[in-house]
Design a protein around this ligand. Sequence first.
Ligand code: ADP
Ligand code: ADP
Ligand code: ZN
Ligand code: ZN
Length: 840
Amino acid sequence: GSAEGSRGFGAHDPFLRVRGARENNLRGVDVDVPRDALVVVTGVSGSGKSSLAFGTIYAEAQRRYFESVAPYARRLIHQVGAPKVEEITGLPPAVALEQRRSAPTSRSSVGTVTTLSNSLRMLFSRAGTYPPGATRLDSDSFSPNTAVGACPRCHGLGVVHDVTEESLVPDQDLTIRQGAIASWPGAWQGKNLRDILDALGHDVDRPWRELPRRDREWILFTDEQPVVTVHPVREAHRITRPYQGTYTSAKRYVLKTFADSKSTALRERAARFMTSGPCPACGGRRLGPGALAVTFAGHDIADLTALPLDRLAALLRPTAEGPGDGVAETITRDLLARIEVLAELGLGYLGMDRPTPTLSAGELQRLRLATQLRSGLFGVVYVLDEPSAGLHPADTAPLLGVLERLIQAGNSLLVVEHDLDVMRRADWIVDVGPGAGEQGGHVLHSGSVAELAHVRESRTRRFLFGEGDAGPLGERDAGPGEPDGRREPRRPTGWLALGGITLHNLRDLDARFPLGVFTAVTGVSGSGKSTLVSRVLADVIAEHLGDRGAPAPAAAEAEEDGEEAELTYRHVGTVEGIEAVGRLVRVDQKPIGRTPRSNLATYTGLFDAVRKLYASTDEAKARGYTASRFSFNVPGGRCGTCQGEGFIAVELLFLPGTYAPCPTCGGARYNPDTLAVTHRGATIADVLGMTVDTAADFLADVPAASRGLRTLRDVGLGYLRLGQPATELSGGEAQRIKLATELQRIRRGHTVYLLDEPTTGLHPADTEVLMRQLHGLVDAGDSVIVVEHDMAVVADADWVVDLGPGGGDEGGRVVAQGTPREVAQSPDSRTAPYLRECLR
Ligand code: ADP
Ligand code: ADP
Ligand code: ZN
Ligand code: ZN
């Protein structure tokens, strides 16, 4: 691709023109879109929207930017590769706000991402009320993350942790062998420590409280780490050999695990054996005494940072709207203006101290969007990925207002979006399709929304214009119909009732969920849906099931989630009806892996069948290759340069975590010998390059693979490639992969499926496919509970629990519950009007 052609038009061409785009599945796409306008790119999942918006337009803008600012980066760009496009003209600099691949650091918070923290610190430094005689502090003194600002006692953490004999040994009547030291690690490691103590001459069969005090203290608190030869106590019929064991005191183990473990589960377990409380010096406020003595409007900065933004705005307003134009007025006006944008985007319930890892992808994108609005950039094209994700329909209008303002400020917007309300408001719509993967890659329409009504091939058309459409899910076979053709809601087979739930903004809430039906939990953003479903309900069920619960697909996650459960359980007073539940399956949007090494085929277990298939070929047998030869995760058959990743990480100053194809294998992942083995003319690398659809034919006679491939197609993922790295998948795709993995399992016992916004990233046509699957589970007797904003899905549920009325402190209550029809009539529910609209 070259930019030479753009000269002719100069900066005045009102169109951005793409010629010959061939990135991924794009079929030599030519498309013109207006600048200074809201352009929505739509089409079914996998049709090529991202390939056009991000892979072509944004990638090319970024390439040009690097070339202009950093000539040295050229070499690196060469490695990363330019997008496959003949020409793009009229292309302004681009800013992408993507949902996938945003990995905020754990230190960041709402305040840091939006830079509101900086302004607030400035306000306290320059315009705070200081005690008499105190000298003014600089901004850094108001940050717990700096050496000058942090409370000297807790180093800015706000809490102090310690261990005591009581916390480490909760039941002193037990002997060490009986598990007196509950804080020790479990399983083998715990037995190991016990055997070491035994070898050191301690009595492991005497009740703890009868051991000499000095011994007890040494066992729990010593910093020594003696090494002894252990002759393990013989277990059942296992033969055990002597070995060298290192002793670690309970204190050392607990504090170290808490400080260093990568596993949330282990950290939280360690925390249970610690006494931790607010730091006595700062009272949990994380700052030194000097900073905490400074106030604004009667509050210290820690108070203000913890307030929901809506409340903070109310506190700042009197100053901002005052007549003066001093420092206080200037800073508060700026703060207020920025907070108002956040509030408009439905984020007013967040506090500045909220860590970004606890935010959803949609919330984070909207935070960034709001921040852009105040950046003063103009002449930029913003490329966005489904900004409506996580938004209640009531919040869509304000979102559109913010997008409109970005345009008024002189920018262009290219938005990949599935929300029909956003599509309707577009100045221009680009419909990509008609299908996914090979069946997509064409621009079916590029023009006004109204004109799309005449494009027969478009799958979007039916949803926008409603032709021949008996409601989005109308085709599903239904029970006795209601007057409008909708089926009768199913009847619950039982109820799961939780009482006295207190967590985040839920305060002593009672909630009940019907079993054996499809339930939708609704409410504006921040009302408490995720807290109720993904935290409380999930954890209560997991706790009840104990080891009987289904392991989450990824082992590491299962461990973490399982452990969190015990902690959260304390947030619930009473639980009734849980005996009916035999299994829990959470299908969330967390990535299926964090490196390009994990992919669709490995995650679903499909790849095991493929490797066995290749090991069973004559060629492999002749060469003596077993299935492990065909793994790219162990040495042997894989490419030595990239160690089977197919990519190498490129350290780019501006682009952390960028990958370039491996120079040795060109992305194949394997060495030439392994690739000499073929099945029906395809190497194992070729199989990883196949889409699910293609592989379903190729592997049709391999039962272990075809079953999994079929379920992947059933959830609408036929367009994904088997080797598609986990890092390239959207949250919605990850979620559907998990669902497919689950569907291929043999099921037993009543299962409760929990899903958080399963329609994210889905075109309405994809939503239909997914919903057919979910309703199929309910028809088979299981329960499905979804958090959802898509009213088509909600209208087709059997039961609706609507939370609200607002977000944060204004939410957390059940505003209405019942069948969709009943909830649609609720006068207090903000969901009701939208649901009514959909039920008409
Ligand atoms: P959409 O954004 O419409 O969901 P994408 O542009 O992400 O679609 O994908 C279009 C097609 O390109 C799909 O078949 C997808 O599997 C394929 N694809 C996406 N990313 C890559 C990639 N990095 N390499 C090869 N193919 C890809
Ligand atoms: P919804 O799913 O309806 O958008 P959430 O359950 O995510 O709402 O949030 C409900 C309330 O709980 C909000 O005020 C939110 O800020 C707060 N909240 C959610 N998660 C956390 C968390 N990890 N830490 C602190 N507060 C949280
Ligand atoms: Zn402190
Ligand atoms: Zn390689």
